[in-house]
Write a protein that binds this ligand. Structure first.
Ligand code: ADP
Ligand code: MG
Length: 556
């Protein structure tokens, strides 16, 4: 049959080049990626068969098999899973469907393929398959989609093009064959045709995979197949947890934090959750794939189960294994399921308490976490009323008391402890950057009096401050809204002074109000300025200029 040649989509080609030519040292991980894909394919077939018993596919002995050929210098990873159709191969292997890819690649190119950059880009775009080109100069893939009679052969040398060909007699599932480069141990390019090497790599990276991974003609699996969450805590190493994280998240980097949870009682479940170290670039877009893997007694029944996490924790990865759920429950039903909702609440609480603990016991980790995910977490102040206090306990902010550029942050609790005698409220100002906030005239009186002001620069800050009227009995007040009587804090003498001034300037104020009637609601004498002659403030209930901009950007 005819072989057709296609060009990789531009973005796919660029990512491929970046990876092949990078200095990425740990080349062994290509096998982890191919095994991970094979395992996903087996999970998918089992699920499809569960939903549709008439699907023409054999699910009696689902497994992964690795075969090596020393003479031909090839390594093959074979699965009898879901497979891909002709069109799917082109779409899934030849292109990268991810918004913002092009801009992100430009950024990466400028940083010339450093090790952790490569790890970042692979996780962001799900291009684990391409990692085969780190060790091979040619890859072929033979696949047949479950339920279809004909298969497809894909082949590429990792340069600009790939070929596709329809094949009549392809076995069920997918076989990926690598034509290996010469071994070069100095560059961590091992001899992957050696059984011993394969055995070791599988043990190290894929031991927890729940499908048997067989080598050559042997039936005895290389992996123990034990679900990590079902093993006792002290039996599992951090490295093992990290490999599971990489499998479920497709990230190549270690997680920042691993969280375990075991719920006993009438509705039993186990959860293994991970906080990533880096926020993905599409976290704030609709494309972002969120959710946890949902298992029922070690059997995966749903990937990306969104109902298990509230939206503001969408960056959390991991698995939940429940004892008592129907195997073929639908996504729609899960969204309403009482037990799932219970799990969601429990997980949210557990995640927030882990972050709090991190803040107390691992300040550096917490700082990384907050830098990457603080803006998402604050969305919870709007949506998760039950956890408002737990959220406020881990939120931290820049303030006029922390030196610019140091990244030093304060919690509301710490702010309150530092409040001056007589200060009743917690003051904040929102804006685009710390610099623009600090230079705004509204800040003058506060800096002159040495009153600390929180500097809020995330777009979401404009919104949550209205949902949190007070903290520990102290009102949260914008420096830019309404009338602020700082004199109460300056003592009585200042108060008398202000009354005298009010009388003195009454005429001027009336005149200004009349002249500016179309522009402003009111003209007042202000105690907040020390250098600037005047400033514009909003009414307490009005939306701020930055929020107006945000709504405009959202098309409202
Ligand atoms: P990711 O696994 O992060 O999606 P990969 O580059 O590893 O990215 O794989 C790309 C896609 O190719 C997968 O999402 C899957 O749809 C398809 N694929 C890869 N390997 C297999 C396989 N063995 N069986 C079926 N589909 C596969
Ligand atoms: Mg993959």
């Amino acid at each position: 049959m005819a072989t057709e040649t296609f060009e990789f989509q531009v973005e796919a080609r660029q990512l491929l080049q970046l990876m092949i030519h990078s200095v990425y040292s740990n080349k062994d991980v290509f096998l982890r990626e191919l095994v991970s894909n094979a395992s996903d394919a087996l999970d998918k077939l089992r699920l499809d068969k569960l939903r549709d018993d008439s699907l023409d596919a054999d699910t009696s002995d689902l497994h992964i098999r690795i075969e090596v050929d020393k003479d031909a210098r090839t390594l093959t990873v074979r699965d009898n899973g879901i497979g891909m159709s002709y069109d799917e191969v082109g779409r899934l292997i030849g292109t990268i469907a991810n918004s913002g890819t092009a801009a992100f690649i430009e950024e990466l190119k400028e940083s010339d393929g450093e090790e952790d950059q490569v790890e970042g880009l692979i996780g962001q775009f799900g291009i684990g398959f391409y990692s085969g080109f780190m060790v091979a100069d040619e890859m072929t893939l033979l696949t047949r989609r479950a339920g279809e009679s004909a298969g497809t052969r894909w082949s590429s040398r990792g340069e600009g093009t790939y070929t596709l060909e329809r094949v009549d007699d392809a076995p069920q599932g997918t076989a990926v064959t690598l034509h290996l480069k010469e071994a070069d141990p100095e560059n961590q390019l091992h001899d992957y045709t050696a059984d011993w090497t394969v055995r070791q790599i599988v043990k190290k990276y894929s031991d927890f995979i729940t499908w048997p991974i067989r080598l050559g003609a042997e039936d005895e699996p290389l992996n123990s197949m034990k679900a990590l969450w079902a093993r006792s805590r002290d039996e599992v190493t951090d490295d093992e947890y990290h490999e599971l994280y990489k499998h479920v998240s497709h990230d190549w980097r270690d997680p920042l934090e691993t969280i375990r949870l075991q719920a006993e009682g009438t509705f039993e479940y186990q959860a293994l959750l991970f906080l990533p170290e880096h926020a993905p670039h599409d976290l704030f877009t609709r494309d972002y794939r969120r959710g946890l893997q949902l298992y029922v007694k070690r059997v995966l029944i749903m990937d990306d189960c969104e109902a298990l996490l509230p939206p503001y924790l969408r960056f959390v990865k991991g698995v939940v294994d429940a004892a008592d759920l129907s195997l073929n429950v639908s996504r729609e039903i899960l969204q309403q399921d009482r037990h799932i909702l219970m799990i969601q609440r429990r997980l949210a609480k557990k995640i927030l308490s882990s972050v709090k603990e991190m803040r107390t016991n691992a300040a550096d980790k917490y700082a990384t976490f907050w830098r990457e995910f603080g803006a998402v977490l604050k969305e919870g102040l709007l949506s998760d009323v039950d956890n408002k206090d737990a959220l406020l306990a881990v939120c931290s902010f820049e303030s006029t008391d922390s030196a610019a550029g140091t990244g030093e942050l304060t919690t509301l609790q710490e702010y309150v402890e530092r409040m001056k005698d007589g200060q009743e409220d917690i003051y904040y100002l929102t804006g685009e950057s710390r610099e623009s906030i600090e230079n705004s005239p509204q800040m003058e009186a506060f800096s002159a009096r040495g009153i600390e002001v929180l500097l809020l620069t995330d777009p979401v800050d404009e919104v949550w401050v209205d949902a949190v009227p007070e903290f520990e009995g102290k009102r949260l007040r914008s420096v830019a809204k309404g009338e602020i009587d700082l004199d109460a804090q300056d003592g009585e003498q200042a108060g008398e002074e202000r009354e005298k001034q009010a009388e003195e300037y009454a005429g001027l104020l009336d005149w200004m109000k009349e002249r500016l009637a179309d522009e402003v609601k009111d003209v007042r004498l202000s105690a907040r300025l020390t250098v600037s002659p005047a400033c514009v403030v909003s009414d307490t209930g009005d939306i701020t200029p930055a929020l107006q901009n945000m709504y405009r950007a959202m098309g409202q």
